[in-house]
Every structure is written in structure tokens, then in C-alpha cells.
Design a protein around this ligand. Structure first.
Ligand code: GDP
Ligand code: MG
Length: 292
């Protein structure tokens, strides 16, 4: 029996939705991708097992408590509620519910979607306060499962995972497991850099270039990425770097900005340019870069 489904993460800003998704996806991450077409940045994280596939959707800013935004906001929340197989409603031990979130909670109560209320940041409070919150939430959403966690300290996140798996419907995977497994953050980082090369240089440069991610250090709020741009000839190196390093700087800034949007966090990006004579014709080099 195979299970698969979409798990949408909603909740007020700053309660720890992204941190929770990162913790849930953790090392089991196969892919993080963004639906570029959506107006709001929506990040998906896919977790594969032998007999399951969970597609997480992080929805930043969905409950922005600005009155003007409320209609649009309700619309996208409705969307997130509708296309979910399992809903994670994230709250924390600090926030005081407002009118907007009360409406969303009402929406959830009316829906038939299995919901898990995650009370995050229990590390910031006393146990009795947490227990009180658990009681309050189970009164508000009697059908939902309530879990208290600390996403930041990876406390009880495994329990959330177990609850999701229990509630996941039977079904085939939505995304090809094989093609996803070797698509890592490194892959996306190199693709984003390559795209900027394509946009900023002409003629043979884009086709002579390969991106190698030398280092990828993930952090809670900042990822450190260092990458080498390989070119085939010394003359190309000069072109890529540009006068006073102007071109390389432009590529680096554009890539960093996109990476930050894509990852929803800060990025420290270092780019180097290196000549790798004839990499395009070297079978060994090509297979090292992941080409068939
Ligand atoms: P989002 O806006 O809901 O996606 O929230 P983020 O995941 O960006 O987190 C907002 C802030 O809360 C960040 O500074 C996190 O480091 C912090 N945070 C997230 N989870 C926890 C937690 O379990 N404990 C504590 N103390 N802070 C947390
Ligand atoms: Mg977020």
C-alpha cells in the first residue's frame, strides 16, 4: 500500500511555519521547489519513503493581518485548505489570536480536512502554559490533533510526522521518485546561477559554462553557498569576470536575490571562475557533472 498527499502549512506570520517545514523535511529532503507562477511565493518540500510521498507546501504570509488584504488572504487560505490532504495549522506559545486567524480557524472547523494543530515554540514557556494552550485548542477544534513542539530545537517534530503519515490518503506518488531523489538544493542553486549566466552573457559563453557547487552550508536563517563557474578557455574567464569584476558581481547579486526568494532566507553566495580546459569533451568531467 502506498500513501501520498499534499500537506499545507498555514498560520500567522512568524509562528515558525518555515522552520517547521525545514525540520519536517530535514535530511529526507528530495526537493525544494517554488511554484513560480503563484503571486505569493509558495515553497514545496517533498519527502519520499518507500511507501509514501509527502508534498509539503509552506505558505508564507498567508495570514498577513492587514485589513485590505483580508479578502485576497481568505481566498488563498481557502485554496490552501481546499487542496490539502492534511492541514498543519501552526500557532505558537506567544501569539494572541486575532480576528483574521479566528476566521481561518472557523474555516478549518467547517472543513472535513484532517487537521493537526501545531503549537510551536514550547521552549519559550512553562509546561502549564502549554497544557492550557492544548486544552484551548482542542476546544476550538475538537476534530483536530493537537501537538506541542519546538521546531527550532527539533522537539516532538517526529510526532508531527507520524500524525501526518497516519492521515495521508492511499495513492500513487504525485512526483516521480527517481527523478527527484538526486535533485538537491545544490542542484537548484546551480540552476539559478546558470540561469543568470544565460541572461547576462552572449554567444558561446552560456554553453561553455558549468556550475559546480563547492560548498552548501544550510543554516536556519542563512545558507552559505560557494560555487565555481567553470569555463573552457582563459579568454572566457576574462569575459565572465568582466571589467573590474563588474559582470561577475552582477551575476552574483542576481543569483543571490533569486536564491533568497527561492529559499525564503538570506543567502551568502561566493562565486569563483576557473578554467577547466575542454570539460565539455571530457567524459569523466561530464559524468561528474551529472550528465549521462
Ligand atoms: P514563519 O513566518 O511562520 O515561517 O516563521 P519562521 O519559521 O520564519 O520563524 C519565525 C521566527 O521564530 C524565527 O526567528 C525562528 O527562528 C523562530 N522560531 C521558529 N521555531 C521556533 C521554536 O521552536 N522556538 C523558538 N524559540 N523560536 C522559533
Ligand atoms: Mg515563513
Amino acid at each position: 500500500m502506498h500513501k501520498s498527499g499534499f500537506v499545507n502549512i498555514i498560520g500567522n506570520p512568524n509562528v515558525g511555519k518555515s522552520t517547521l517545514m525545514n525540520a519536517l523535511v530535514g535530511e529526507r529532503l528530495s526537493i525544494i521547489t517554488s511554484k513560480a507562477q503563484t503571486t505569493r511565493h509558495r515553497i514545496m518540500g517533498i519527502v519520499n519513503g518507500d511507501d509514501f510521498q509527502i508534498v509539503y507546501s509552506d505558505t508564507p504570509g498567508i495570514l498577513r493581518p492587514s485589513y485590505k488584504l483580508q479578502e485576497a488572504m481568505m481566498h488563498s487560505v481557502e485554496g490552501a485548505v481546499k487542496d490539502a490532504d492534511v492541514l498543519l495549522y501552526v500557532t505558537d506559545t506567544i501569539e494572541k489570536g486575532d480576528e483574521a486567524s479566528a476566521r481561518i480557524v472557523e474555516r478549518i472547523r467547517m472543513s472535513a480536512i484532517p487537521t493537526i494543530v501545531v503549537i510551536n515554540k514550547v521552549d519559550l514557556t512553562e509546561q502549564c502554559h502549554t497544557e492550557m494552550l492544548v486544552r484551548t485548542w482542542s476546544e476550538q477544534l475538537p476534530e483536530a490533533e493537537i501537538v506541542a513542539v519546538s521546531a527550532l530545537h527539533n522537539f516532538n517534530v517526529g510526532r508531527v510526522f507520524d500524525l501526518i503519515l497516519e492521515r495521508l490518503p492511499q495513492g500513487e506518488p504525485y512526483f516521480d521518485k527517481d527523478t527527484l531523489t538526486d535533485r538537491s538544493l545544490r542542484f537548484f542553486a546551480s540552476e539559478i546561477i546558470r540561469e543568470k549566466i544565460l541572461l547576462n552573457y552572449e554567444k558561446e559563453i552560456p554553453y561553455s559554462v558549468e556550475i559546480v557547487i563547492e560548498e552548501y552550508q544550510e543554516g536556519a536563517n542563512l545558507d552559505r553557498i560557494s560555487a565555481t563557474i567553470l569555463v573552457e578557455r582563459t579568454s572566457q574567464k576574462g569575459i565572465v569576470i568582466g571589467h573590474h569584476g563588474e559582470m561577475l558581481k552582477r551575476v552574483g547579486t542576481a543569483a543571490r536575490k533569486d536564491l533568497e526568494k527561492f529559499l525564503d532566507k538570506k543567502v551568502f553566495l561566493q562565486l569563483y571562475v576557473k578554467v577547466d580546459d575542454g570539460w565539455r569533451n571530457s567524459e569523466r568531467r561530464l559524468s561528474a557533472f551529472g550528465y549521462e
